[in-house]
Design a protein around this ligand. Structure first.
Ligand code: PLP
Length: 476
């Protein structure tokens, strides 16, 4: 049976019929009604979903066609860091389109791409020196993997091709990025199509730190898995280690312990392996610093950003690489054997440039203090809840791990679909949050990810906890 968008429920029909008092609207209303009845030709994420139609963005809120207002407590998927109606970003996009919307990067560079690259490199950690603009996170990761491979070819180390990543990670849905990610259920159906990648343990203190072990010692032990894996594969075969500094969707804002990434960096250096950090979700101020890895005192060889870079106003991502990697290409074959039609899209770069100016002009400074307020409120509201095992994260990137039993940390039976039920109940209450299952091993475990816009006010924090509370009451 075909998917029907908004096959109108009785309430929705009533909302459309009776509550639209705005009205230039006679014809708007009849169009809404006919839309509501139309058979959709959109291929949705889920064929059984009956999605409301988003029509208006207003600060931290999204309004659907019935007028219902949702607080965007997860910025979609940690995207909308400036909310949904930033006038400066909107104006920048309009101004760019008025000048020129698109010029192919095979023929031209553009002012917004040049300016944005300068600004990003001005703030980027370590020796990152060049920016390759793409249209999203998966594209950034694909570019990173291919650049790593080409770098070693240019250097005459052709045997280096193996990628090591971590379980419970997500790096995107294109085949290279998916192969890199360590989430079992996402990988499984497509496994025969994937390049061979191996996965070590994530840094998951709540579950894996041993009794009596310090957080630091735990981090060193887990990081040393990388060394063991490099030695098992043969260092001459290993190209890169890939990790999210703070794990997002698959593990629920999971930060590393102190010293973990320093040890990872050391191991990569010892064996000539590139460190690729995926900051697609946790970067661009989300955790309280523009680049998440700043807080761990390390700099990668290649770094990927997306989501917060364009803040949802345009699809844009970027891969940053060090001067040394760029030089190997420049003095070698002279070109990176990669590219898509829309890389360096001027309108996307203009939007990202405006977002960057807002973030660095003060908005990102709100993340640490507001993140502290949010985590205090979450701890007050849910810290003693019988089904909350852990509240974690950095800045405005917070995760709540749900358990059936706090003492044993036992998760709910995945068949109960706790995360889906929480998502639905929160959405009904008017809160967009990002719950996910398989937190522990790709199958067991549930968590909720929160990543609200950086512009949120104190009153919004109460709204988040109130609405989450309603959802908890409905589900438990
Ligand atoms: N990497 C991480 C850490 C992500 O969270 C995501 C998306 O959620 C991606 C990569 C893929 O990004 P996109 O969905 O823009 O392709």
């Amino acid at each position: 049976m075909k998917n029907v968008v908004n096959a109108p429920s009785k309430q929705m029909f009533q909302a459309l019929t009776f509550s639209d008092t705005n009205a230039s609207t006679q014809c708007g209303l009849s169009r809404q009604l006919s839309d509501a009845f139309a058979m959709s030709h959109v291929f949705p994420r889920h064929t059984k979903a009956d999605l409301p139609v988003a029509v208006t963005g207003d600060g931290c809120y999204i309004l659907d066609r019935s007028g219902k207002k949702y607080f965007d407590g997860s910025g979609g998927a940690a995207v909308s860091c400036l909310g949904h109606s930033d006038p400066d970003v909107i104006a920048a996009i309009k101004a760019q389109v008025d000048r020129i919307a698109f010029a192919h990067t095979g023929f031209f560079t553009s002012e917004p791409a040049e300016e944005l690259a300068d600004l990003l490199i001005g703030k980027a950690p370590g020796n990152l020196d060049r920016v390759y603009f793409v249209s999203g996170g998966s594209e950034a990761m694909e570019a990173a993997l291919k650049l790593a491979r080409q770098y070693f070819l240019e250097k005459g180390e052709a045997s280096r091709h193996r990628v090591i990543a971590r379980r419970q990670s997500y790096h995107g849905n294109t085949l290279g990025a998916l192969a890199t990610g360590g989430n079992q259920w996402r990988r499984e159906p497509f496994a025969p199509l994937m390049i061979d990648t191996t996965h070590i343990a994530p840094c998951y203190e709540y579950r894996d730190r041993r009794e009596g072990e310090t957080a630091f010692d735990y981090g060193q032990r887990i990081a040393n898995e990388l060394e063991a894996e490099i030695l098992r594969l043969g260092p001459e075969n290993v190209m890169a280690f890939v990790a999210e500094p703070v794990v997002g969707a698959t593990a629920g804002a999971l930060p590393p312990v102190e010293g973990y990434f320093k040890r990872i960096r050391e191991i990569c250096d010892n064996y000539g392996v590139l460190l690729i950090l995926d900051e697609v979700m946790c970067g661009m101020g989300r955790t309280g610093t523009l680049f998440a890895c700043e807080q761990d005192g390390v700099a990668p060889d290649i770094l990927c950003i997306a989501k917060g870079l364009g803040a949802g106003y345009q699809p844009v991502g970027a891969m940053l690489c060090t001067a040394a990697i760029y030089e190997a290409i420049e003095t070698g074959s002279g070109f990176f054997q990669h590219g898509h039609t829309y890389i360096g899209h001027p309108t996307a770069c203009a939007a990202a440039l405006a977002v960057f100016r807002k973030l660095t002009g003060g908005v990102a400074d709100r993340v640490m203090p507001m993140g502290e307020k949010l985590t205090t409120a979450l701890n007050d509201a849910f810290g003693q809840h019988p089904h909350v095992g852990d509240i974690r994260g950095r800045g405005l990137f917070r995760g709540i791990e749900i358990v059936e039993d706090r003492a044993s940390k036992a998760p709910f039976d995945p068949k109960r679909g706790i995360n889906k039920a929480l998502k639905k109940a929160a959405f009904e209450a008017g809160l967009i949050c990002y719950p996910m299952g398989g937190t522990i091993d790709g199958v067991r475990g549930d968590h909720i990810l929160l990543a609200p816009p950086f512009i949120l006010e104190d009153s919004h924090i109460g709204e988040i906890t109130d609405k989450l509370n309603q959802a908890f009451k409905a589900v438990f």
